[in-house]
Design a protein around this ligand. Structure first.
Ligand code: CTP
Ligand code: CA
Length: 230
């Protein structure tokens, strides 16, 4: 039900969408991950394809099937995802970071399966993962469009102000704020996105299925491309 007429600027654009939760190894059989299902990223990929874009979905841990007919590449950890995106950077027109990137990873990865032994507690030391958007946001961008998401459990103005900090830190062209937690945000549920521009200005919002809000996100991207190209 996408209307390609509405987003003519997406046609032929090389679009990458990341989806799912990154997976940070602890040992050969264990990982740290999160509740992201990949649904929003997959919807975005399907919608972009319908709009005539050349789409690659880069997915980490997802709990829904991959869409048929869309090029899909696996990247496990945050660091794997960053290297893949850096390798693709020159051939990318639009990057949408819908992935839930783990903020932390285990400081050390055990080469053998860890044994529980006699211990009653276990402390894992975590170290900070690179911020993928902030890293890419510092590169020369030309007409590329960088889109981030902000997942916030805060509400209203508090959520908006956290989102504005993320716009500034990551230097994204567009930030989609969504509220997560208590049945919101994860999986096949109604979603609401607020769109902020490079200056943290509220551009609009969209509420509905993940397909509906995807369409609205591409509309925003379309308008930004039109602005950059003019
Ligand atoms: N992101 C990223 N690299 C990270 C963490 C997040 O590129 N290491 C991206 C996400 O894909 C998303 C955006 O940054 O598009 C915001 O992610 P979010 O988790 O909301 O923000 P953080 O900057 O990680 O801040 P915090 O979790 O502390 O709120
Ligand atoms: Ca985070």
């Amino acid at each position: 039900d996408s209307n390609p007429e509405a987003c003519p600027k997406l046609k032929g654009k090389r679009v990458i969408i990341t989806a799912g939760g990154t997976s940070e190894p602890i040992d050969p059989v264990r990982v740290l991950t999160n509740l992201s299902t990949g649904t929003q990223g997959i919807e975005l990929a399907k919608t972009a394809k319908a709009l005539g874009a050349e789409v690659e979905l880069i997915y980490s841990t997802i709990s829904v099937p991959l869409p048929a007919g869309i090029k899909a590449t696996y990247a496990g950890s945050a660091r794997d995802l960053l290297s893949l995106l850096e390798a693709r950077w020159d051939q990318t027109d639009v990057l949408v970071m819908a992935a839930a990137v783990a903020d932390w990873r285990p400081a050390e990865v055990a080469t053998q399966k860890m044994k529980k032994g006699q211990a009653d507690t276990l402390t894992l030391e975590l170290v900070r993962n690179p911020d993928i958007l902030a890293t890419l946001g510092k590169k020369p961008r030309g007409n590329k469009i960088l889109v981030g998401f902000a997942a916030e459990t805060a509400q209203g103005e508090a959520a908006l102000s956290l989102a504005r900090e993320k716009v500034a830190k990551k230097r994204v062209d567009l930030l989609a704020l969504n509220q997560v937690g208590s049945g919101k945000g994860f999986g096949n549920v109604e979603n609401q996105l607020f769109f902020l521009d490079f200056n943290g200005q509220l551009l609009g919002q969209s509420q509905g299925s993940k397909a509906t809000v995807s369409q609205a996100l591409w509309q925003q991207v379309n308008d930004l491309i039109a602005e950059k190209e003019s």
